[in-house]
Design a protein around this ligand. Structure first.
Ligand code: CAA
Length: 284
């Protein structure tokens, strides 16, 4: 059985830093990789802030926090993949970039190393085809915010072996997360169900059925969702929502996946949600 001890996380953004934190907190050695030192600084800053909050709340000692931080080493060189058992890629959602990263990883990493992608919407089978080890390529889709959300959607590519699936399922449990197995189709399960709901919420706003606050209240108070769909869209990023809807629309061809024109308009305006200070709502 494959033993995973050392994990490289590629990308120190919102998802990558969360994944690195969770792995380090569970005692794994983590190599956090990004293109520039300033990106690593920012990611490690977020991790440190999250851990400090745990210490302040009495859930973690200062010594534990130091240990977690000591489990993470910095890297701006993909060659560092030569000493890891698993790579979890959380770079930008762009097929060309991901393919290039996987091609390089395939050259650098030991032949036993599993190559996972945190992609939320790109086909694992196609990413795997960029390597000479498609049987060791798998999707490991964490949810945002990673330290809080229990789910890891594990996506089997066409060639992924049972042994590799099992190793990733075991790892997910070791991270105190809950694995759910899915096959490789557009949007997997999470975004195939979530994004059409968000898109439909945008259509109800577009058609003047109700105000944004009313739409969010219906889903929050009526369906017990922690956030309304328009707030959640702002939180995910409207560009990401549009991008995933387009993948669903292209992948299935069905009109039910057609992105709402209002969603396109907001993205064109640069109103991308929380990260730009304005989406359906405005943020400080
Ligand atoms: N990082 C770390 N911890 C965070 C956090 C973050 N970014 N945001 C919130 N938390 C923690 C808080 O510290 C707090 O912890 P304690 O209870 O231990 O103090 C806890 O989460 C609750 O936070 P708040 O009280 O501030 O606020 P809340 O009760 O509204 O919870 C939330 C925040 C967990 C984000 C909640 O609103 C929620 O569950 N929202 C929906 C999230 C969701 O749907 N995520 C999936 C997005 S889709 C995706 O990720 C997949 C994709 O491919 C697009």
């Amino acid at each position: 059985m494959m033993k995973i001890q050392k994990i490289m996380v590629i990308g120190a953004g919102q998802m990558g830093s969360g994944i690195a934190q969770v792995c380090a907190q569970s005692g794994f050695q983590v190599v956090l990789n990004d293109l520039k030192d300033e990106f690593l600084d920012r990611g490690l800053g977020v991790i440190t802030k999250n851990l400090t909050r745990q210490v302040d709340k009495g859930r973690m000692t200062e010594a534990d926090k130091d240990q977690v931080l000591a489990n993470i080493t910095r890297s701006t060189n993909l060659q560092d993949a030569s000493s890891v058992d698993l790579v979890i890629e959380a770079a930008v959602e762009n097929m060309e970039i991901k393919t290039k990263i996987f091609e390089q990883l395939d050259e650098i990493a030991p032949k036993e190393t599993i190559l996972a992608s945190n992609t939320s919407s790109l086909p694992i089978t196609e990413i795997a085809a960029a390597t000479k080890r498609p049987e060791k390529v798998i999707g490991m889709h964490f949810m945002n915010p990673v330290p809080v959300m229990k789910l890891v959607e594990i996506i089997r590519g066409l060639a992924t072996t049972d042994e590799v699936y099992q190793a990733i399922e075991d790892l997910t449990k070791a991270l105190s997360k809950v694995p759910v197995e899915v096959n490789d189709f557009p949007g997997f399960v999470s975004n195939r169900v979530l994004m059409p709901m968000i898109n439909e919420a945008v259509y109800t706003l577009y058609e003047g059925v109700a105000t944004k606050e009313a739409i969010d209240d219906v889903m929050k108070l009526g369906m017990n969702h922690p956030m309304g769909p328009l707030t959640l869209a702002d939180f995910i990023g409207l560009d990401t929502c549009l991008y995933i809807m387009e993948i669903l629309h292209e992948g299935f061809g069905d009109d039910k996946y057609r992105p709402c024109p209002l969603l396109r308009k907001y993205v064109k305006a640069g109103w991308l949600g929380k990260k730009t200070g304005r989406g359906f709502y405005t943020y400080e």
